[in-house]
Write a protein that binds this ligand. Structure first.
Ligand code: CA
Ligand code: CA
Length: 345
């Protein structure tokens, strides 16, 4: 590969991370905004909403006996992530990678023979999709641009189950993918079939409760609950950037391995070929984690790819690292990154 390839790859990584910022960092999410009666086939039901984001959100909808007119199928209530205290919904872009996990529970009046749903809710201007758990035992993802997936193990109504979605860029093929989680099970990484190849810019995300109406059965109710709501940037995207800038280049320097640091210099491709990281793994040292998969020591001079980038970075790193007493955290903070002037041929 030519140096131009690596230079352009780094430029793309940087621009991609900048594009994600157009929709604000996932880390800015601080609240949830509630949208009651998005569907209101029974508008005179009794709805109780609790919004203690991120510890607990719940919808309890009682007297779901219909109102005798119009549709009598279901009520649906929604909440969406917000980054301004619940004033407006947070919008995701196509490259706003994230992991979103939550405990969810749904229950209702079994005597009414109706079923109720709760789960994770995607929406783009009314085009919605869900990862749902349902009182009939179904756990499935469908709708919107979401690849369909149904879990085999059934859901037990009234019990908590942790579900989640991970939206990420697969470094293997460069495609955006999603993985669904329910209890101890998870889907494969699934690619998207829409033109945008993933989430559409401006999509909102949160939760929904959908409760079927039993006409004339006043005892019919549904209740959906979410607790321990956690949404974080998808770690791989951050690590790719860190690796491209400095992270992996620093591994051997920090260990005091002298000239081996040059041999262990990362390739941009090395960062991209890593497997996905879980939130737990992301908690480890990014330097050490990246080093696991960095290019093998190359005293044979193999580490030349991207050298025009990393050499420049290494100089800044060495100076900063020594000044900071080779303290990983302090040194990383001190690294001065000067973006290379890249003109792609
Ligand atoms: Ca009605
Ligand atoms: Ca009613």
């Amino acid at each position: 590969m030519s140096k131009w390839f690596w230079l352009c790859s780094l430029a793309l990584l940087i621009s991609a991370s900048c594009a994600a910022n157009a929709y604000g960092p996932v880390s800015s999410i601080d609240s949830a905004k509630v949208y009651p009666y998005v569907w209101q086939d029974d508008p005179d039901s009794t709805l109780t909403v609790v919004n203690n984001y991120p510890s607990l959100i719940s919808f309890r909808d009682e007297n779901l006996d219909g109102d005798g007119q119009g549709g009598e199928y279901a009520n649906r209530h929604v909440w969406r992530f917000s980054a301004d205290g619940g004033a407006t919904p947070f919008e995701f872009g196509n490259t706003t990678y994230f992991e979103y996990f939550v405990d969810v529970k749904v229950q209702g009046d079994p005597a009414a023979g109706k079923h109720h749903e709760a789960g994770i809710f995607f929406d783009y201007r009314g085009w919605d999709g869900v990862l749902m758990v349902k009182t009939n035992g179904e756990i499935a993802a469908f709708g919107y641009v979401l690849p369909f997936y149904a879990f085999l193990d059934p859901y037990t109504p009234g019990e908590w189950i942790r579900i989640g979605v991970k939206y990420f860029k697969d470094p293997g093929d460069g495609k955006n993918k999603i993985r669904y989680y329910a209890g101890s099970a998870q889907s494969p990484a699934l690619a998207f079939g829409n033109l945008e190849g993933g989430i559409i810019d401006g999509t909102t995300l949160g939760g929904y409760g959908q409760f079927q109406i039993a006409p004339g059965v006043q005892s019919n109710f549904g209740m959906a609950e979410w607790r321990n709501i956690q949404i974080v940037p998808e770690p791989a995207s951050l690590l790719v950037l860190a690796a491209g800038v400095a992270g992996m280049a620093l591994t051997e320097t920090l260990s005091g391995a002298g000239d081996r640091r040059l041999a262990a210099r990362p390739k941009v491709r090395g960062a991209a070929s890593r497997r996905e990281f879980s939130p737990v793994e992301a908690g480890k040292s990014p330097v050490g984690t990246a080093g696991k998969n960095s290019a093998p020591a190359a005293a044979n001079g193999n580490g030349t790819a991207g050298s025009s980038i990393t050499s420049a970075l290494m100089l800044d790193w060495d100076a900063a690292g020594q000044a900071a007493g080779r303290s990983a955290g302090a040194a990383i903070a001190a690294v001065k990154f000067v973006p290379p002037r890249v003109i792609c041929p």
